[in-house]
Design a protein around this ligand. Sequence first.
Ligand code: ATR
Length: 295
Amino acid sequence: MQINGKTKVYGLLANPVEHTISPFIHELFYEECNHNGTYNPYLVASGKLEDAIKGMKALSIEGLNVTVPYKVDVMEYLDEIDDMAAFIGACNTIVRELNADGREILKGYNTDWIGLKMACDHENIPVKGRDVVIVGGGGSARAVAFMCQKEGAKSLLLLNRTESKAGLIAKQVQKVNAEISIKTGSLEDLHLISKGSVAFQTTSLGMHPNVDKSPIENDEFFSNVDFIVDIIYNPKETFFMKKGKDFGVTTMNGLGMLFFQAVKAFELWSGIVMTKEQLDSAFEKLDNYVYTKKI
Ligand code: ATR
């Protein structure tokens, strides 16, 4: 769409920013919805994050995403933080909105967890009432753990190379949800996995170009899980997913999470809820772009 005086401006704060595919994804939404918007990458130099947020206010930028390395630091410059973003301790979406007093504020959200939930729903991967095993103990594992407790998982098992980091996440999740059963272990504690579990792989092991790497290779893991979600989307099928498939496990990669976190951000900014047809059409174009153009 031709940019004009009414074009809504969105974008991404990051450093580096040149490899992002978010502009491509958001432009798909504008096309599908006939929305007059533009999505721009903004390289924010170290130490300039506060200035960038002031700039967002001054320029009336409609909405911004935030990614590495600013997802945690950005929160101190915003007027309000959504509860789930506060629990997860990271914010990837800034929304200009009116607070209870009618004053315009910048509020921080985390759409990564919602994106993952929406992607699971889209692929019929269950969480509610299920035993969940999360591999990893970083920021992504934390977002997955909070998503699973919110969506009513029966139990959580956090397995991480550094077990103490899994323990910290377990403590924080248990604080907001006393009902859910949570255990932690190392990557070798596979005997702790309940049969039929839903597994989330949240480490970067197996990501291009290290496609033959996996945090867990032991058959005991793959014979006990029914579903595997790997948050990596490049390659399309990780070693971890391939191994799962050999055991008849249903698998999903991370492209859906990336897509739906953008869908949710667009929804928060514009109020537009895309139809299933629009979502399917945009996702097909993204899949094609990522896996046939070899970005
Ligand atoms: P993110 O915020 O994307 O989750 P992160 O915070 O760097 O990224 O976390 C990466 C996770 O991958 C960590 O849990 C890390 O394990 P440690 O907590 O022990 O550091 C895990 N990870 C990274 N490289 C790994 C490896 N070679 N083997 C096992 N786990 C690994």
